[in-house]
Design a protein around this ligand. Sequence first.
Ligand SMILES: [Zn+2]
Length: 438
Amino acid sequence: MSAIARTRLDAWAAEKIGGTAFSREQLERYQLAKLRATVDWALDNSPFYRDLLAGRAGTSLDSLADLSLFPFTTADDLRRHGPRFLCVSQSDISRVVTLDSSGTTGAAKRLYFTPADREATLAFFSYGMANLVEKGDKVLILLPGERPGGVGDLLATALQRGGIRPVPHGFVRSLSATLAVIAREQTGCLVGAPAQVLALARWAESDGLALPVKSVLLSTDHVPRIVVSELKRIWGCDVFEHYGMTELGLGGGTDCAAHAGCHLHEADFLFEIVDPATGVPMPAGEEGEVVVTTLVRRGMPLIRYRTGDISRIIPGPCLCGSPLRRLAPVARRKDGFVALGGHGGFTLADLDEALFAIPGLTGFTAAVDNRRRATRLTITASLAAAPGGERKLSAALETVPAIRHARQAGDLAVALTVGRCRGELEPGAAKRAIVELN
Ligand SMILES: [Zn+2]
């Protein structure tokens, strides 16, 4: 008997496969059957896939590996073709999510979900949260939940169904106000964006505030290792991670008590890791772009969708004994790399690891101006206590090799502004990015 509890996603996958337990072989047989059905369903019902997959059929897949012969789909496809992806009539769609309007066409990315898709998300949230909380616990939801069908709203519904009490809150704006809610409501579990939850913990620490936080689930953004270790140090809590995106109906995987990567929800999704440049599938352990195929979605199935997330599958079994594979923390986004000529480059994840290591730092923004001869990096940071802030920031930046080399060579100018945190966070700053001026 394993000392570490199995991921609760196991129980759900077993239920779908038909039994109380399953082997890797049984899972992959199940995935192949679902994959074939998804391809045929898309060919029969979606104008987009009819064109993209012309001449193919689900039965042409003899194994999961054969999927690598199929074309990719991309975020740009979603922008260009939107409703042509649909396999059902618009009247069967209960929820449309509109994402950013960037990209080459300038059009918005829209995802369409049926009531059954919503149920799949709710089930994922129920099983995923069962790793952290049990009946009677209270969960503070630091994610937007005003709109019905939004992430906060769906999570609250899923928790309620499991007898867990959700406390909807939304993104953190005032640190003191949110900390007062935690103290008043005695919420032992928080779900929120990594940078926001870190700011809360550090603000509480600087105030000498003791709080009843036992577990935290970090969601919506990449998770810096330094944030995990700081939350553990300050609150002595258990820190869980989540892998998901709107395209996945929000839920793709969560880690178990072993905290060694996110177990993927492979009963509903097929995950591949491919070389970002060539598209060739990578073996377990090697880094590449995460590509996902939905296995049960009827409204808007995604086949070989390129997520833009760079990560790797962790080889070998998990300590919890689950056959579900694990995704390492997302290292970076494919499109978030700031190149510094011959010096290499850096990502927001690199800045996070370096800057959040500064004690008391509650947040920062980064902007890169490429319009000058030497690239200019501007960092604006807030500290719970500010003495010597610029010096600490400058030293922390030196730990990022590309930044250190480019600065030494005179190819990078750095401008730093450090202010004392006044207890307010930037509005809607959950999905953070480096601002680039070209
Ligand atoms: Zn595990």
